[in-house]
Design a protein around this ligand. Structure first.
Ligand code: VGL
Ligand code: ZN
Length: 192
């Protein structure tokens, strides 16, 4: 169940948007989303045991957010602040000390990357983090944007590909190529 990655105190495991709305039964469900939870929990436990930082981002929109279709955006209503759909998956084993990062909280702008508008890059540097390990949902939207911005922020970046799932799985090879070209190391094969 574990990826073959050794964590250390200079690492941050960044779990992207493992929320009910992105899992089966949610408003913007990604096929295979819920199935990632046990594997991600194993990575959280390993990261924690090695003294790595654990960070969990969440999509956290106000009602009537600009990304919703009724406002002219591309997505159905999802991850509205304080709703059940915006909650982390109930089986996600986030320790108390995990850092929670809320993104895309403004009415008038979307943000796919966990670094976008959150100050996360500066915070990780303050904490001495040099490498960011990314997993979660959705590979082709927020995971991709987060991994690309981690690289732009100057972090060594790894993607745990089997611990991601895509809105459009057909596009996965192209997404992995784009990440590789940007200098993101890819662990394992994508599950579909
Ligand atoms: C996401 C679509 C809209 C994601 C967020 O977390 O991947 N996708 N908002
Ligand atoms: Zn969103």
């Amino acid at each position: 169940m574990r990826m073959n990655l050794e964590y250390g105190p200079d690492d941050a495991l960044l779990v992207v948007d493992m929320q009910n709305d992105f899992c089966e039964g949610g408003a913007l469900a990604v096929a295979g989303g819920a199935a990632l939870v046990p594997g991600i929990n194993a990575e959280i436990a390993a990261a924690r045991a090695a003294g790595a930082l654990v960070v969990a981002s969440r999509d956290w929109h106000p009602v009537d957010h600009a990304s919703f279709t009724h406002r002219g955006g591309p997505w159905p209503v999802h991850c509205v602040q304080d709703t059940q759909g915006a909650a982390f998956h109930p089986d996600l084993a986030l320790p108390d000390e995990a850092i929670r990062v809320s993104k895309a909280t403004a009415f008038d702008a979307d943000a796919y990357s966990a670094f976008d508008g959150t100050g996360l890059g500066g915070y990780l540097r303050e904490k001495g983090v040099s490498r960011v390990v990314v997993c979660g949902l959705a590979l082709d939207v927020c995971v991709k944007a987060t991994a690309l911005e981690a690289r732009r922020e100057g972090f060594a970046t790894r993607l745990l590909a089997p611990l991601t799932a895509a809105v459009d799985p057909q596009g996965t090879p192209a997404v992995l190529d784009e990440l590789r070209d940007a200098g993101v190391a890819i662990d394992g094969e994508a599950s579909s």
